[in-house]
Unconditional design. Structure first.
Length: 166
């Protein structure tokens, strides 16, 4: 399922379990997350319907490294991959994006603010109902999650684009 969020932003959601993938068409094509490998064919079909082929994707930002968010990285041979592990490079190379470190679900979570859109990965799913990412994994930290949620409350955004639809 493809939803156009803004003129240059699309949300791709899938029939099988996996994260939502977000496509941002600037002069270059950028993805936020790549979903699980179970969604490979549907992801390729959705991108094709938007006139994007895997080799056309220039950059991928991973909100964190769980399998349901990074399962299709190998589909994109020309993409530069960014994550919390190269956050300085990410901030330097992608100036239109504000990168916010939001540990809690994992120690490496990030959210991405692009104009008035917040891509929240698994940090927060629904602002109105306060649905948040799980904090019962070994790499989770409930205290850090609360600190991250406080950080998000201070951000000015109109559209929330979570890693999963609730």
């Amino acid at each position: 399922m493809i939803n156009q969020i803004k003129e240059d932003v699309w949300q791709l959601c899938f029939e099988e379990f996996g994260s939502c993938v977000y496509l941002i068409k600037l002069p270059e094509s950028l993805l936020i997350d790549t979903s699980s490998s179970e969604n490979e064919e549907e992801l390729k079909e959705d991108l094709k319907s938007l006139n994007i082929f895997p080799e056309d994707v220039d950059s991928i930002i991973l909100t964190h490294s769980h399998w349901d968010h990074n399962g299709n990285l190998l589909l994109f041979p020309n993409a530069k991959i960014y994550s919390s592990h190269n956050i300085k490079e990410l901030k330097k190379n992608l100036h239109d994006f504000q990168i916010i470190e939001t540990p809690g679900h994992t120690h490496e979570d990030i959210c991405i603010l692009y104009e008035d859109v917040l891509f929240s990965g698994d940090t927060i799913f629904d602002k109105k109902h306060n649905y948040i990412g799980r904090t019962d994994f070994p790499e989770s930290n409930p205290k850090k999650m609360q600190e991250s949620l406080e950080k998000i409350k201070k951000l000015k955004y109109k559209i929330l684009c979570p890693g999963h639809l609730v």
